[in-house]
Design a protein around this ligand. Sequence first.
Ligand SMILES: [Zn+2]
Length: 224
Amino acid sequence: MQQLTTGARVRIINPMAPDFHRAGRVDAVHYAASDSPSYVVRPDGESYCRPYGGGELELLPPPTPAGPDTATTALLASAFKLAHMADAAAVRGADNTVRYLSGAPILDFDASETRALSERKAGTFYVTDGVHCTCPGAPHVWCKHRIAHRLQLAHLALRDPAELIRQIIAQTLPADADLVAMEDAEAVARVEALLRRPEVVPVDPADDDAAYAEALAGINALYA
Ligand SMILES: [Zn+2]
């Protein structure tokens, strides 16, 4: 195995290890004079670290940046502020969220929700759908998680709408496994078909000649 540096993303591949197959990051590297280096790994979502000997870790590629970069985040946050210009708390929250995202927090985003690893409470994930959040800031209208989710949602809508639709389908129709596996174009076509409504039939009696005639006949009968 190639030598790893602190911060490298790895998967634990030692079947004897309790975190077998879990992903994490190298927290520390210990070099011994005659031996291969040993590593201390912090599994994803955990506050504790565990030592692992050489050869028991697999180097993972760096995660593909799912979220927007810093410049894009700032632009999206400006758009968010314009959309909530009269709301001072939203404007403050947007600035706070830009700072928060610049620290590369651990966020698990999909179109329906974001799971954010707490920066203070070890191993705790806060979940938000952009409207509600499970963090201690829940009673407030805004928190950085809710705004971060909205910014990521906007980013995905601008960058790859088909992927956004695919994620929404995957979240809203989990039982339809075939649909989830479809190519984007097929998924989009399916959504369009789902959204296409049958021709609207007027139900307002005022627009319905038969109902109107019936009502008129009833009124005439009263005065006959
Ligand atoms: Zn929150």
